[in-house]
Design a protein around this ligand. Structure first.
Ligand SMILES: C[S@@+](CC[C@H](N)C(=O)[O-])C[C@H]1O[C@@H](n2cnc3c(N)ncnc32)[C@H](O)[C@@H]1O
Length: 250
C-alpha cells in the first residue's frame, strides 16, 4: 500500500491548446513564473503607447491574458478593455482593473473604430487564422489610431530559439507554441497595409546580461522577482521576436 498523497500528473495537451492557460493560471502574475517573459514584453509594448490624446480614450488589448499590460499603462489615461478566450485569465485581468470581454480575437464583439489603441501582445502566433485577427485589430481602430503588437517570426531561427531552446528554460511554458502558427513579418506588414495600417516592425530581444542574472537568481531559489527584471531591447534582426507599431489612416 502507498503512503502519502497521490499526486495528479499534469495533463498533456496538444501544442497551443488554449486549455494550457487554465492549467497555468497561477503563473500569470508570478514575476519568476512560467510567464515571466510576458512581463518583460508587456513593459516594452507599453513603451510604444503614448499618453491618451483625449479624455475617455480606449485601448483594446486583444489576447490580454491576465492583464499584464495594465500596470504599464497606469497614468496614460486609457480605459483598458481586454479581449481573451480564457476565462481564468480574464478573471485575473479584471482584478487588475481591466474591463474584460470573453471573446475571440478573430470575431471581436466591439464596434468598428471604437479604439484609440489596439494592442496584440504575443497573440498572433497563437491564432490559427492570424490574418482575421489582424483584420479585426484594424477594424477596431479609429482613423489615426495606433496598433502595437509583438509576435514570433515564421523562421527556422524562431522555432529553434523560442521553442526548442526557450521552452526548456523557465521563461516559456513547454508546449505553449505551435511553431506552424508563427507569423512572417513581411506578410504581417502587407496584411496590415491591406487594412489601412502602416506597420513598422523591428526586432526585439531580452537583454542577455539581465536574463542570465535573472536565471541565476531564479535557480538560487525563487527570488528572481525581487531583483531588476530584464529589459527588452531593440535588435537588428526581426528573425525571432519582433514588435510592430503603426497608425491607421482613414
Ligand atoms: C501568450 S498569451 C499573451 C497574453 C498577453 N497578451 C500578455 O502578453 O501577457 C496569449 C493569450 O492569447 C489568448 N488567445 C489565444 N488565442 C486567442 C483568440 N483566438 N482570441 C482571443 N484570445 C486568444 C490566450 O488565451 C492567452 O491569454
Amino acid at each position: 500500500m502507498r503512503n502519502g498523497p497521490v499526486s495528479t500528473p499534469p495533463r498533456v495537451l496538444p501544442p497551443n491548446d488554449p486549455r494550457q492557460y487554465d492549467d497555468l493560471a497561477g503563473e500569470w502574475w508570478r514575476p519568476d513564473g512560467a510567464f515571466a517573459m510576458l512581463h518583460w514584453l508587456a513593459r516594452a509594448r507599453a513603451a510604444l503607447v503614448p499618453p491618451a490624446s483625449r479624455p475617455g480614450a480606449l485601448l483594446v488589448d486583444l489576447g490580454c491574458g491576465a492583464g499584464l499590460l495594465a500596470p504599464h499603462l497606469a497614468g496614460k489615461g486609457y480605459r483598458h478593455v481586454g479581449v481573451d478566450l480564457t476565462r481564468s485569465a480574464l478573471a485575473q485581468a479584471a482584478a487588475h482593473g481591466v474591463v474584460v470581454v470573453n471573446g475571440d480575437a478573430t470575431a471581436v464583439p466591439l464596434a468598428d473604430g471604437c479604439a484609440d489603441v489596439v494592442a496584440a501582445g504575443e497573440l498572433l502566433e497563437h491564432v490559427p487564422d492570424w490574418r482575421r485577427a489582424v483584420g479585426e485589430a484594424c477594424r477596431l481602430l479609429r482613423p489615426g489610431g495606433l496598433l502595437v503588437l509583438d509576435t514570433l517570426n515564421d523562421t527556422a531561427l524562431a522555432r529553434l530559439v523560442a521553442v526548442r531552446i526557450g521552452e526548456r528554460l523557465p521563461t516559456v511554458p513547454r508546449g505553449i507554441h505551435d511553431p506552424r502558427l508563427f507569423v512572417d513579418d513581411q506578410e504581417l506588414v502587407a496584411e496590415c497595409a491591406r487594412h489601412g495600417v502602416d506597420l513598422r516592425v523591428r526586432g526585439i530581444r531580452p537583454e542577455l546580461r539581465g536574463t542570465l542574472a535573472w536565471l541565476v537568481r531564479r535557480a538560487r531559489g525563487a527570488s528572481a522577482g525581487t531583483g531588476v527584471q530584464p529589459r527588452v531591447k531593440a535588435t537588428w534582426s526581426t528573425a525571432v521576436l519582433y514588435q510592430g507599431s503603426g497608425v491607421r489612416h482613414g
